[in-house]
Structure formats: structure tokens, C-alpha cells
Design a protein around this ligand. Structure first.
Ligand code: NAD
Length: 504
């Protein structure tokens, strides 16, 4: 066994949680009409069921859409003042913080992520809710007082309507918190369909919203599989917009469904984030950031810095540092406070990650570390893995591996680094490490990605927009831009005085 592996403690009392969740529809907790359920076995603890939630049918989902439609068309929420909505949403943020530990334990067990990381994420989500709560009372339109003496133009901001939100398994609480508060803050009503792997904490979020006083039908949660539960949300004509976060494969399909009914769609999809390290970078800080960027959430992160692009000349010095960290970083038991890298989401996904590693070896990349599962008798764990000598044509340079696997390439000039960074079908995130701010900014300017960092990685704040270029998606979340996603803008021409006659 690797020295840096922390074996899970099967006697940990938190494994006894076995939470039984019910969906939230129109303010009521409900099961699927069929009574069918989905059990979640914690990926970090073989055989331990940590949560059970309903397996919704198409009809169950339609009931939630009914509720959201009613709440939008005739309920109080879209008609409330921004100030009233803001007050209730601040309450949700407070309740999230008051329940931080329980939520973190549930999130850690369902996803397999380290408990310390989960705790931080729940705190961040409270901040997302607070930010959206604060901003939503300032949502405004425009007036145009310069379109002639006899005319005045008004632009009204209105909510889009009923929004179907579909989320993946890697950051269930964060991704729902990046979308739901912006959608309801804009005055919309929501049906959230979390991943079938990790639905428990999304239900808890909606329960806290109910406790805060958000009216019935505004925030509904249905649980179940992508097809039928997610697909019905995308197809139903009573849903005005679909906001999807997940794979390119499913996102493309939902984009096609939305196009057929001319429905608004937001897509946050995959990535293959480059981390460019220039020779003048602080190498200790860069090595630490590279390790964090690729191992965070066991690499199951859309903004993972999974492509390391290092300037020739410092390659050996940087790789020595990266390997030092990678061989010592603690991985294993998600519930251990010292763990930095937790479990993989599922058996099938772990096997897929390993097949990418095999493809890298077969293509001639040099495997410097890892490349194997670990602690298989305890759960789904994969050792931190580092490749060198990767070339842009290799699968491990191009495709999203979604595991703790670093693919390293080298470059000579800034032009070459930018070209390499852009030689991807994705454009979600990018990092540049350099002590020369001008060089870093000039490089970032030319990189086609929606979320960029200089001398850091996987940083985030509610104020700044996130979203993808190219196949990484459509639309922007967070900041002021995030509210525009869920808003319609109506132009009103007002005639002042006696209008000129068309017919004599
Ligand atoms: P996925 O696409 O398999 O599933 C995402 C969600 O879509 C789940 O809730 C699933 O049940 C649902 N779904 C599946 N089939 C569907 C269908 N036919 N109709 C409607 N809904 C359907 O993705 P995943 O495996 O859960 O997550 C991993 C992917 O998500 C990665 O590609 C990752 O890059 C991406 N991701 C992107 C971001 C971002 O912000 N850009 C964030 C996290 C994850």
C-alpha cells in the first residue's frame, strides 16, 4: 500500500447516516408514485449505503413542472419586490451555514470528497446565496431618453419563467448554488434535477429554502435518472429554459431538444484546462497550484488544470517539485480530516480513468507516478498520476479524463504556449504562472477560455462570471451576468404628445 494512502475507518459513526430523502414538490415532501428508490453506496466505503432517494418517473416530474408553472403564473414570487425576495434568500444562506456540518458530511459521503473540502464548499455556497440575495434587489432595466422629444424608451427586465436545472455529481451543492439563487433571484421558479449519484444535499437545500419561507412551488427538486427525469424537464413545453451542467454528450442532446422548441438553454460542459508555467514563475507556488489544480476533487472537476504546459529549461526543476507533492499528498478516507484527495464517483468512471492512463502509456507518454488504483478493498481510489512527454495529438492531451491524472507538455515561447493552450475543443478555464504580470496578462488575453487565473487555479468568487468558450458551453453564470441568463428584456416604446398620422 502507498504510504500516502489513508485507509477508511469502517467504524466511523458518520457512516451510519443512511439518510432517507423525499423529493420536494410544491412545498411538500413526496416519494415517486411508483415507490421506486435509488440507493447511494458511498464510493469511499465499499457496500455502505449512505442515502436513498426517489426514482422519479416522467409523470412525477410533470407534477413538479405543474407546481413550478403555477407558482410562476399565479403565485406571489415573481410579483414580489426584489427586497422581499432578497430577505428570504438571505435566510437560506443563514440556514445553510447553520447546517454546514451535516451538509458537509452528507456531501462528503455521497460524492466521496474530503470532509474538510466539503465543509469549505458548503460555506462557499452560503456566500453564493448571500451574493445573489444582495444583488437581486438591484436588478434593473433601462430607460432611453434620447430617442426623440416625442418618444421615451423603457427596457423592462422580466424573469424568463420556469427553469429546469440539471446538475452533475461532482459538486452538487455548489453547482445548484451557482444556478438556483440566480434563477429565483431573477423571479423565476425552478425544478432542479440533481445527479442520480448525489441527490441528497440538493433536496436538503430545497428543504432549507422552504424553512426560510420561499413560497411553495418556487424551488422544486425531483430525483431520478437522466432519462426520463432530466429529459422530461428539457422536453416539456411548460419549461421556459433549461440550465444544464454536465457532459458534452448530454449537453449537446439537450441543446438539440431546446432548439426544436426554441427554448432558452444554458450549458456548462467539460474542460481540459491548461496550466502554463513560464520560466520566471515562482516554482514552489506553481508546483503546489499544479497539484491542487489536477487533484482537487480527485480530478473530477470541470475546471481541473489537467494539462501542464511548462517552458523548456525549467521542466526538470518544476517536475521534481510536482512529483514530490504528488508522492506525498494524502489520499483515501473522505471522512479523515487529513485527506486531500478522496474517492472516485463510481466503478465505471474509475475504470474509464484507468483506460485513459493505459492509452497514455500505449501512445508513448512517460508515466512518472501512479497510474493504478489503490485501496480497492475499501472503495474507489485512484493514485495521483503524472505523465511527461505528452504530445498534443495524444488522447490524454485532448480528452477530459476527469481523474487525478496530469498530462505534461513543454513549450519554448509564449506564442507556442498560447497556441498549445488553444489547441483544444474546450475553453472552460486556464491558468498562467509567471512573475511578469504583463506577460501573464498578454497570454491570458489570447487564451479562449471563460475562467482564467494568474498565479492561482480553481479560485472562485460569486462576483466573477464563469462559463465556457467553444465546446465548454453557452452562457454565463454568477456575477451580474448570471441574472441576465434568467431574464427576458422587453422594449417598450412610449409615445409622448400627439402621434403623427399614418393615414393623412
Ligand atoms: P452527465 O452529463 O452524465 O450528467 C449530468 C446530469 O444530466 C445528471 O443529472 C444526469 O442525470 C443528467 N442527464 C443524463 N442524461 C440525460 C438526458 N438524456 N436528459 C436530461 N438529463 C440527463 O455528467 P456527469 O457525469 O454527472 O458530470 C460530469 C461532466 O460534467 C463532466 O464532463 C464535467 O466536465 C461536467 N461538468 C461541467 C461543469 C461546468 O461548470 N462546466 C461543472 C461540473 C461538471
Amino acid at each position: 500500500m502507498l504510504a500516502n494512502f489513508i485507509a477508511p475507518d469502517s467504524k466511523d459513526s458518520r457512516l451510519g447516516i443512511k439518510a432517507r430523502y423525499r423529493m420536494l414538490v410544491d412545498g411538500k415532501s413526496v416519494d415517486a408514485a411508483s415507490g421506486r428508490t435509488i440507493d447511494r453506496v458511498s464510493p469511499g466505503h465499499t457496500g455502505v449505503v449512505v442515502g436513498t432517494w426517489p426514482d422519479a418517473s416522467a409523470d412525477d416530474v410533470r407534477l413538479a413542472i405543474d407546481a413550478a408553472r403555477r407558482a410562476f403564473d399565479t403565485g406571489p414570487w415573481p410579483r414580489m419586490s426584489g427586497a422581499e425576495r432578497s430577505r428570504l434568500m438571505f435566510k437560506v444562506a443563514e440556514l445553510i451555514l447553520a447546517n454546514q456540518e451535516d451538509l458537509a458530511v452528507a456531501e462528503s459521503l455521497e460524492v466521496g470528497k474530503p470532509i474538510a473540502q466539503a465543509r469549505g464548499e458548503i460555506g462557499f455556497c452560503a456566500d453564493l446565496w448571500s451574493y445573489a440575495a444582495g444583488q437581486c434587489r438591484g436588478l434593473e432595466g433601462q430607460t432611453h431618453n434620447n430617442i426623440g422629444d416625442d418618444r421615451l424608451g423603457l427596457v423592462l427586465r422580466e424573469p424568463v419563467g420556469v427553469v429546469g436545472i440539471i446538475t452533475p455529481w461532482n459538486f452538487p451543492f455548489i453547482i445548484a448554488s451557482e444556478r438556483v439563487p440566480w434563477a429565483i433571484g431573477a423571479g423565476c421558479t425552478v425544478v432542479l434535477k440533481p445527479s442520480e449519484f448525489t441527490s441528497g444535499t440538493s433536496i436538503r437545500m430545497a428543504e432549507l429554502a422552504r424553512e426560510a419561507g420561499i413560497p411553495d412551488g418556487v424551488f422544486n427538486v425531483v430525483t431520478g435518472y437522466g432519462d426520463p427525469a432530466g429529459q422530461i424537464l428539457a422536453e416539456d413545453d411548460r419549461v421556459d429554459m433549461v440550465a444544464f451542467t454536465g457532459s458534452v454528450r448530454v449537453g449537446t442532446k439537450l441543446g438539440e431538444i431546446a432548439a426544436r422548441s426554441v427554448k432558452r438553454v444554458g450549458l456548462e460542459l467539460g474542460g481540459k484546462g491548461p496550466q502554463i508555467v513560464f520560466a520566471d514563475a515562482d516554482l514552489d507556488a506553481a508546483a503546489d497550484g499544479i497539484a491542487y489544480g489536477v487533484y482537487h476533487n480527485a480530478g473530477q472537476c470541470c475546471i481541473s488544470g489537467s494539462r501542464l504546459l511548462v517552458q523548456e529549461g525549467i521542466r526538470d526543476a518544476l517536475m521534481q517539485r510536482v512529483l514530490e507533492i504528488s508522492s506525498k499528498v494524502t489520499f483515501g478516507d473522505p471522512l479523515n480530516e487529513k485527506t486531500r484527495i478522496g474517492a472516485m464517483i463510481s466503478e465505471a468512471h474509475t475504470a474509464k480513468v484507468h483506460s485513459y492512463v493505459e492509452a497514455g502509456v500505449a501512445a508513448g507518454a512517460r508515466l512518472l507516478l501512479g497510474g493504478a488504483r489503490a485501496g480497492q478493498e475499501h472503495g474507489l481510489y485512484y493514485a495521483p498520476t503524472v505523465f511527461e512527454g505528452v504530445t498534443p495529438d495524444m488522447t490524454i492531451a485532448k480528452e477530459e479524463i476527469f481523474g487525478p491524472v496530469l498530462s505534461t507538455m513543454t513549450f519554448r515561447t509564449a506564442d507556442e504556449a498560447v497556441a498549445l493552450a488553444n489547441s483544444s475543443e474546450f475553453g472552460l478555464s486556464a491558468s498562467v504562472w509567471s512573475t511578469n504580470l504583463e506577460n501573464a496578462l498578454q497570454s491570458i488575453r489570447r487564451i479562449r477560455a471563460g475562467r482564467c487565473w494568474i498565479n492561482s487555479v480553481i479560485d472562485g468568487t460569486p462576483e466573477l462570471p464563469i462559463g465556457g468558450y467553444k465546446k465548454s458551453g453557452l452562457g454565463r453564470e454568477l456575477g451580474r451576468y448570471g441574472f441576465d441568463e434568467y431574464s427576458q428584456f422587453k422594449g417598450i416604446h412610449v409615445t409622448l404628445g400627439t402621434p403623427g398620422r399614418w393615414f393623412n
